[in-house]
Each structure stands twice: as structure tokens, then as C-alpha cells.
Design a binder for this molecule. Structure first.
Ligand SMILES: Nc1ncnc2c1ncn2[C@@H]1O[C@H](COP(=O)(O)OP(=O)(O)OP(=O)(O)O)[C@@H](O)[C@H]1O
Length: 512
């Protein structure tokens, strides 16, 4: 078709194109753009790329050719008509005989190219982000209309690509911030270590057993899977495994698998080369590299997305990995510890966690018991934690009263040691006189009242003990109300029961 017959002047087509693009963004936008551009200019192919300066390559974000999309198109710009577009940063039109002019470009003959038009995509500061190009199997005349349409779509593509770069750069910075936060956390842990705050306290049988297992496995390079409810001390256990191992002088690197931004996971683990993807402004080491010689702690491993599970498995099997955007394989010497509050076996059964990865991680399972199964450890922990908080805040250290002890034992501690820490710190801070803990105010509203007896080990009672406890409670209520059941001064009101219900209960347990 001669250039003048190309439908570039058709206003309706132009409107359709602009409207078609208005609603889309990202990948969909670029796909629409190249397809519509090729159709509109009546050319064989159109593609939009992003520029990877480190490797001097262009990677197609979308490539429409001969009525279909071409996937994964990436090329070195040397000897191609795209080279002057990128290098000189100016539009390039090759109206005909493009193969003769660029004989080193191997793709031109394959695509049957005769003509070429390309223009760089730039951000507001003139930095080259990529380019937009069309090619045809017929000569292409530079009509003013064609060039103005082409310029219009170059501007739209530039704006969209610049937006994507900004988003990626922001995500990069956030990731960096998270790394800094992790380093700050590491430093806080070092300080805690120096102040003796990393000791795993507890003398209850389950804690003694757990500590003994920890001691046995710590010195080996065995992968350990630490499980337990939230706040039970899994991270404390992981760092103790590291400190008691031969790797103690080397880094202990923690990755929270639940908190890595989508799209950055692979780079977070394995690192990336500068220019490896949009927004990868500099080369960065991943957590595997940072942990070289030391221990890598995969916290919340149950939250790891499936594709990352597959990649991690490959690294564990092959013992090496590649940075994102880098051809070189890297080998590191890392001991792996994973932790989860989830039931990984159940996740494997339901298909949300890879069985082969689970086998690799579950070499030595270490279960941290919930606080409610640790008996008097609750009191031991409470005293140690109170001393720590009093020291930290420069406050007097209150004694635990019997009432405090009962309250601490009776509460089920769903948030485990972390919750105990929070409650005690709050109780200490709001303590009215500095000598007495304000536990009743610091404990969550729904906490049960203290049991009027000292249960053995923990708050697990047999059915007979529970019945005896209820009987004693009802007797005390009756005595308090001089045997009255109903009425405002009756035992039913005191107990929060309907009088008929109370009468039935009294009959059932032989009190009436
Ligand atoms: N046995 C213990 N002795 C002393 N401190 C403990 C003990 N167990 C837990 N802690 C403290 O309780 C807090 C929570 O522990 P940690 O962060 O290790 O729990 P976690 O199981 O990893 O929690 P999550 O599942 O939420 O990640 C930490 O401040 C830790 O120092």
C-alpha cells in the first residue's frame, strides 16, 4: 500500500485508538498500543521495548507482528536500526532497503523487513527508557500525518513506561528500607544478646526437652524446621541454633517470607544485576549471598508463594543459584532454618505447600510448646520480663502478688510469650503506685477470672476437678446470699444465671 493510502488520517480510527488505550495500563496497555499502531499504520510489525543499558539490549514489552504477538523478544542493539535510536536518542526512519543498510542485523531478513521507523521513549529528564518501532515489508514514506501519529504514541508509551519505572523504583526503595529495618533489628538483637536477653527461659518439662533437642542439633549443619504458635519464641530458637553453632561469628539473616513485595521475591532471595528489570537501578545481593558462611532463617515459610517454593527447592537441590538478570551461577555455604506457625503437613495435604520442599525443610523438626502448656514457666518468664522492662524504663520493680500469679496462670495466652511481654509492659507502665502491677487493666477484657485454687502445672483440669470447682463456687455463692436463690440479692443474680437454671444445677450436683 502506498504511504498516502495508509489510514493515518482517519479521525475515527485515531479516536478508537486513543480511547482503547485510555482504560489500560502496564502489559495490557503495551499490547494494545503495538497492535493498534500496526493496524492503523498498515504495517507488518510494531514493538515497544525497555532499555537495559548494562547489557546494551532491548527487551520487548510487546511485539505485534503479522497478526500475532511475539513472546520473549530481546536483542543486542549492535548493528540494528534501533542502535541510532537509542545511542543518538532521535527518531530514525529507514524508508526502504533496511536490510542493505543494516546487514549485521540477523532479524531483519527473518522478518522480511524493507522499511523501519523508530523513536526513543524518554522520561521527563530525557533519560532513555526504551523505544517504539514499526517495520514493514514495503517502503514507508515519511508523511507528516504518519510521523505525528507515531510521535503521539511514543509520548503515550513514554509516560506509561516512566510510570512503571517509578513504581518499580519505589518498590525497590521499599525493599531497601525493609533491608535496613532488618539490619536495625539485627543490631537490636545484638544489643539484646549483650544484655543477656536472648536466653530461652523456662524450666517446665516441655521446655527442657525442647532446649535439649536444640542443643543437640545446633552444632550440626542440619536444616531445622521450627514450628509453634505465634509468639512462642520460634525466632529466639532460630537465633539460639545459630549462636550455638560453629557459624556463630557469621551472619544470621532473617527473611520474613510473608512480607516480601510481590514481584521482588526472586531478587530478594537471589539478588539482581543492575538493569536486570525495570527499576533495578543497581546491582544488589540477595539474602542467600548475605548469609554466606552463616545461617539463613526463613520465617513464616508457610506463606511462601508457589513459584518461589519451586525456585527455593531448586537452589536447595543444586546448591547454587543465579541472580536475576545475571548468567553467572553462584554458590554459597548457608545453613537453613525455617519457621512456621502453620501446619505445613496439612498444607502439603491440601496442595498449598510443596511436598518435596517440605521434606527438604523438615529434616529436624523442633516444636516450641505454647505458653499455656509450660506450667509455672509463666511466672518465671513474668518475673524475668518485668525485671527487663523495669530496667529498660527506669521504673521500680513490683513484686507479683498471689492474685497476680493466679491471673497470669488462668489466662490462656493465645498470643503466647509476645502477648505476655505486651501485657506485663503495659501493666508496669500503668501501675498506679509503681509497687503494684495493674494486671487486671492490662489483661484483655475477655480474660477469665482467676481460679480460686492453685492448679497443678497449668490450667488443665480433669472433669472431676472442674465439677468440684463448680460445686465450691456455688456453695460460696449460696453462703454469700444466705441461701437465697432468686431476687436481686439472690445467688442467681450474683452468678449471672436464671434462678431456674441455678436450681436445676444445684439439684444436679446434690446441693438441694
Ligand atoms: N522462652 C523464652 N524466654 C525468654 N523470652 C522469650 C521466650 N520465648 C519467647 N520469648 C520472647 O517473646 C517474644 C516473641 O518471640 P519470637 O519473636 O521469637 O516468637 P515467634 O514464635 O517467632 O513469633 P511469630 O510467630 O509471631 O513470628 C520475643 O521478644 C522473645 O524474646
Amino acid at each position: 500500500m502506498p504511504a498516502t493510502d495508509r489510514p493515518v488520517l482517519d479521525q475515527r480510527l485515531l479516536d478508537a485508538l486513543v480511547h482503547g488505550l485510555a482504560g489500560s495500563s502496564g502489559q495490557a496497555f503495551f499490547e494494545q498500543l503495538v497492535r493498534q499502531l500496526a493496524l492503523m499504520l498498515g504495517v507488518k510489525g510494531a514493538w515497544v521495548t525497555e532499555w537495559r543499558p548494562a547489557r546494551r539490549r532491548l527487551r520487548a514489552l510487546a511485539f505485534w507482528f503479522d497478526d500475532h504477538y511475539i513472546e520473549d523478544y530481546e536483542y543486542d542493539i549492535g548493528g540494528t536500526p534501533c542502535e541510532p535510536v537509542i545511542n543518538r536518542c532521535e527518531p530514525t526512519l529507514v524508508a526502504e532497503r533496511v536490510i542493505e543498510l543494516y546487514p549485521r542485523d540477523p532479524d531483519l531478513p527473518a522478518l522480511g523487513a524493507v522499511s523501519y521507523l523508530g523513536q526513543p521513549l524518554q522520561d521527563a529528564n530525557g533519560v532513555v527508557l526504551g523505544h517504539l518501532a514499526v517495520l514493514d515489508d514495503k517502503p514507508l514514506a515519511a508523511s507528516a500525518a504518519l510521523l505525528s501519529v507515531f510521535r503521539l504514541f511514543t509520548a503515550r508509551a513514554s509516560a506509561e513506561l516512566a510510570r512503571l519505572w517509578r513504581d518499580q523504583a519505589l518498590a525497590e526503595r521499599e525493599a531497601r528500607l525493609r533491608t535496613l529495618a532488618a539490619e536495625a533489628r539485627q543490631l537490636r538483637e545484638d544489643i539484646a544478646l549483650l544484655q543477656g536477653e536472648t536466653e530461652i527461659l523456662g524450666e517446665s518439662p516441655p521446655m527442657r526437652r525442647m532446649r535439649e533437642e536444640l542443643r543437640r542439633v545446633a552444632g550440626l549443619d542440619t536444616t531445622v524446621l521450627v514450628s509453634g504458635e505465634t509468639g512462642t519464641g520460634k525466632e529466639l530458637v532460630a537465633s539460639a541454633l545459630h549462636r550455638q553453632s560453629g557459624r556463630a561469628g557469621m551472619p544470621f539473616i532473617r527473611v520474613n517470607c510473608a512480607a516480601i513485595a510481590l514481584g521482588l521475591q526472586e531478587s530478594e532471595f537471589f539478588g539482581h544485576e543492575k538493569g536486570a528489570f525495570t527499576g533495578a537501578l543497581q546491582r544488589r545481593d540477595g539474602r542467600f549471598k548475605l548469609a554466606d558462611g552463616g545461617t539463613l532463617f526463613l520465617d513464616e515459610v508457610g506463606e511462601m508463594p508457589p513459584d518461589l517454593q519451586a525456585k527455593l527447592l531448586r537452589v536447595l537441590q543444586e546448591g547454587e543459584f543465579e541472580r536475576v538478570g545475571g548468567g553467572r551461577t553462584e554458590k554459597v555455604d548457608v545453613r537453613l532454618i525455617a519457621a512456621t506457625h502453620r501446619d505445613l503437613a496439612a498444607m502439603v495435604a491440601e496442595g498449598s505447600f510443596r511436598q518435596d520442599l517440605w521434606y527438604r525443610l523438615n529434616v529436624f523438626p523442633l516444636r516450641v510448646p505454647p505458653l499455656r502448656q509450660r506450667g509455672d514457666d509463666i511466672l518465671l518468664l513474668a518475673r524475668a520480663l518485668l525485671a527487663r522492662f523495669a530496667r529498660r524504663h527506669g521504673l521500680p520493680l513490683p513484686e507479683l502478688t498471689e492474685q497476680d500469679e493466679r491471673r497470669l496462670r488462668a489466662y490462656p495466652w493465645p498470643g503466647n510469650v509476645r502477648e505476655l511481654e505486651n501485657v506485663l509492659e503495659r501493666a508496669l507502665i500503668i501501675s498506679p503506685d509503681g509497687r503494684r502491677l495493674a494486671l487486671e487493666r492490662a489483661l484483655p477484657e475477655a480474660s477469665p477470672p482467676p481460679l480460686p485454687m492453685e492448679p497443678d502445672e497449668a490450667v488443665i483440669l480433669t472433669a472431676a476437678e472442674l465439677a468440684a470447682l463448680e460445686k465450691a463456687n456455688l456453695e460460696r455463692a449460696l453462703a454469700h446470699c444466705q441461701g437465697r436463690i432468686a431476687g436481686p440479692d439472690g445467688a442467681a443474680a450474683l452468678l449471672g444465671l436464671h434462678p431456674n437454671t441455678l436450681s436445676s444445677r444445684l439439684k444436679a450436683i446434690g446441693l438441694r
